[in-house]
Design a protein around this ligand. Structure first.
Ligand SMILES: [Zn+2]
Length: 326
């Protein structure tokens, strides 16, 4: 059988775009996008994506191994599955992105960026998800899930955490249980829409969606995949539609976003060091950022920072502030 990661890195599709194995059907829909369908009826349609940021290698390798097991028949497939290697040119360049960050472009926001491989790819992935969920629904797989796998660039006080997109409906208890079993230390609840892949699938297809940050990125082959054993087991349980293992260790911490720090003026200054760890706490009153006409201070007794980055473009987010959810 072919190896999805090898074909994606080489930019060559399999010799045939579709194929049948004794236990499943597969279809290569586009570069790095593979659909797997079990022979027996199933109720779930699952999208697993990695490499939306090309240098976040560990989840790409994890997903590739999972697909290899499914194709080899050593692991049973009991869901409709769409596997997405997000940004192949940036994977080949071992860079987060080539022109612009794809994970700001979904939900049609690609139209606001100068045209590039990434705007084209974001649009293509939107179409492929629409097609996948439509055909899965027609076959009876009506429960929709999307987990978008990442690793953080910076260090973090919580090594593994999930980011839940803002959505008006409650997040499903079933997904929250799965996230517990995946060994995440924390969950972050967004309070506003965004251009992420997981926000797109939640908003447009009402999927149970989450962005997973699974540790720190290292070059291909350099990852200690042992660090990822809990998420690996949880993904295996997901695609085989069996209950995930009980959670090991302490319960997850739940954080609510309370401030989006936006860089809106040229004189914007962020008073959080560029190397601050994610989830570092700041006390009430602390001046987080200032620019003409607007300052950001810690409003709650304590707030923790996520993804601080003073070097974003105008109008973009330079950081998020969170509090523990009550
Ligand atoms: Zn990422």
């Amino acid at each position: 059988m072919f190896d999805v990661l090898t074909l994606t890195m080489e930019g060559t599709p399999p010799a045939q775009p579709v194929g049948q194995l004794p236990h499943l059907d597969w279809q290569w829909l586009a570069e790095g996008v593979l659909e797997l369908s079990p022979r027996q009826p199933c109720t779930r349609a699952v999208v697993l994506s990695a490499g939306i940021h090309g240098n976040e290698t560990a989840p790409i390798e994890l997903l590739n191994q999972l697909v290899a097991d499914l194709l080899a028949g050593t692991r049973p497939l009991r869901v409709r599955l769409l596997v997405v290697m997000g940004n192949p040119p940036s994977m080949r360049a071992n860079k987060r992105f080539v022109q612009a960050d794809m994970n700001r472009m979904f939900g049609g926001r690609h139209a606001r960026f100068p045209p590039s491989d990434e705007t084209v790819r974001a649009q293509q992935l939107e179409h492929l998800l629409a097609q996948f969920f439509r055909s899965a629904t027609a076959s009876g797989a009506t429960q929709r899930y999307h987990y978008d796998l990442h690793t953080a660039i910076r260090g973090s006080l919580h090594l593994r955490f999930g980011l839940l997109p803002f959505q008006p409906r409650p997040h499903s208890p079933e997904m929250l249980r799965w996230l517990e079993s995946a060994g995440l230390e924390a969950l972050v609840y967004h309070r506003s829409p965004g251009g992420t892949f997981s926000h797109f699938s939640s908003e447009v297809f009402q999927a149970d969606s989450c962005t997973l940050e699974l540790g720190k990125a290292l070059p291909f082959g350099g990852n200690d995949l042992g660090q990822f054993s809990q998420i690996k087991r949880a993904l295996e349980a997901l695609v085989s539609d069996v209950p995930a293992a009980e959670r090991q260790g302490e319960p997850m911490k739940h954080y609510q976003v309370v401030q989006d720090i936006l860089r809106e003026q040229q004189d914007f200054e962020l008073h959080i060091p560029a190397d601050a760890l994610n989830f570092t706490a700041y006390p009430q009153g602390y001046m987080l950022a200032e620019q003409s006409g607007k300052t950001y201070r810690v409003e709650h007794t304590e707030e923790v920072v996520l993804f601080p980055n003073p070097n974003v473009g105008l109008g973009l987010r330079a950081g998020l502030m969170l509090v523990l959810k009550s």
